[in-house]
Design a protein around this ligand. Structure first.
Ligand code: PA5
Length: 449
């Protein structure tokens, strides 16, 4: 296996007996998921995606990525939520920290900028300035095709493409990733003749990074999508055992579930690399949208260390004791640096001169784990060997499987998101969207009071 779970720092908070007690819950969740008897089973196709994905579509993605690389310097990826976070996570995880600022010959593919993930007019204006006169293409991603944020951004970048390349030229630079047969974006794509990619029906937004949703932007940026899928496939094989002791994804789910029952209701995903911040953002959506239902579920939060030790660190060490940490531990960094040797010791760092910067990072992580355990914060370590596409694919599958199992152990539907729809309803009503007339009156009256 390519992920190693170290539960040494959970042991003080969880007895063997408790581990035995959660076993039947996990076994039941396994059956619901694997036999398709659980609620929401129609959205569990991600479970076999790494072995069953559509090879023809995959080839089409690779070809489109090549075309984008041949005629564009920039790909603007438009989407939000599940149609955004997977690609953003992978872009940051797989490429150098300052990829968009590097010279073209140092980049693996095109630069990627993301839009449609907020309603900020300033952000859009600034991005248009960055593009300036550079050649670009657009990948608009929306399953429903009616989400406000990406629809607004798409209008703006479509107009920009049309001004620059004419209506026909623009069409050849627009790639639409959407439902196979319905929705506004699907209809428009059919009419205009954009190249389209499919978001399969049986896979919800937050589980969709290994479909065209994530794969096209990742491939265009020069990420190795074959390795990504190979890693996910290895995880699919490794985590097919229902027995807790042989399945780290299940063991992780079991530990989280037990900790929750003991009052540890907030989980922090801790990363020690700035390039993994969006891994945490993706993970928060996956966990929060899957589990936060029927007034239950672990609240997912995150921190990036050592940066946040100088802000959130105080609370984690000493605030309310309802937190536990899941720490991504990278065993081999992308790059390392020797600490420069100095003739004097004015900065007091001479005692570190035999260490690399990464050695210091690793030692800090060890120390923080001990301090936090002493402060009453259980700490699960998830060791990954490398920061590459294979490992990312493996880790994606690990977390997807873990949350499905833990979701069923909470007796909720891990695959829907009714709460997200509630905010959309209120916003559409206030904006005066046709079809929402009754709600428009009611919501506006409430604001006027
Ligand atoms: O998980 C979800 O369903 C959401 O985060 C959606 O992915 C998000 O709202 C975007 O939806 P769509 O792809 O339909 O534009």
């Amino acid at each position: 296996t390519h992920i190693k779970l170290n539960t040494q720092h959970v042991a003080p908070f969880m007895s063997e007996h408790e581990y035995e007690e959660v076993r039947p819950l996990i076994a039941m969740a396994d059956q619901e998921l694997r036999q398709g008897t659980g609620v929401g089973a129609e959205y569990s196709d991600w479970l076999t995606l790494p072995s069953d994905y559509d090879r023809a579509e995959f080839k089409k993605i690779q070809e489109a990525a090549k075309k984008i690389q041949s005629d564009s310097k920039i790909l603007v990826v438009i989407g939000i939520g599940g149609s955004y976070l997977g690609a953003k996570m992978a872009y940051e995880f797989l490429h150098p920290s300052f990829n968009n600022e590097l010279a073209a010959d140092q980049q693996a593919g095109v630069k990627v900028y993301f839009a449609g993930n907020s309603l900020s007019s300033t952000y859009l204006t600034d991005l248009i300035r960055v593009i300036a006169d550079q050649d670009f293409s657009v990948n608009v991603i929306s399953k429903s095709g009616t989400t406000t944020e990406p629809s607004v951004a798409f209008r703006i970048f479509k107009q920009l493409l049309e001004k620059k390349y004419g209506t026909e030229g623009a069409k050849k630079r627009i790639y639409a990733t959407t439902d196979a047969s319905r929705g506004a974006l699907y209809e428009e794509s059919q009419e205009a003749g954009y190249e389209t990619f499919v978001i399969p029906n049986g896979i919800g937004g937050r589980f969709s990074v290994l479909t065209a949703v994530g794969l096209l932007p990742i491939a265009a940026s020069g990420g190795d999508i074959e390795q990504l899928m190979a890693g996910a496939k290895a995880a699919q094989d490794d985590y097919s055992q229902p027995n807790l002791d042989d399945n780290d994804a299940y063991r992780y789910a079991a530990i989280r579930r037990t900790l929750y029952d003991k009052g540890f209701t907030t989980e922090l995903l801790i990363t020690w690399e700035p390039s993994m911040r969006y891994l945490a953002e993706w993970w928060k959506q996956l966990m929060g949208e899957s589990e936060g239902k029927n007034h239950k579920g672990i609240y997912p939060s995150s921190a990036n260390f050592s940066t946040d030790l100088h802000s959130l660190g105080q609370y984690i060490q000493d605030g309310r004791r309802d937190l536990f940490e899941t720490v991504i531990r990278l065993d081999n960094p992308q790059a390392d640096l020797d600490l420069p040797k100095m003739a004097d010791n004015r900065d007091g760092l001479q005692y570190l001169e035999d260490m690399t910067v990464n050695d210091i990072n690793v030692t800090a992580a060890n120390g923080v784990a001990l301090a936090h355990v002493d402060g009453g914060v259980p700490n699960i370590a998830v060791h990954i060997p490398k920061q590459d596409a294979y490992t990312l694919g493996y880790m994606i599958y690990f977390f997807e499987l873990a949350v499905a199992i833990s979701g069923y152990s909470f007796a909720i539907n891990p695959f829907n998101q009714p709460g997200v729809e509630d905010y959309k309803k209120a916003m559409f009503a206030l904006l005066g969207k046709p079809g929402y007339e009754a709600e428009t009156k009611a919501y506006r009256a409430r604001l006027d009071q």
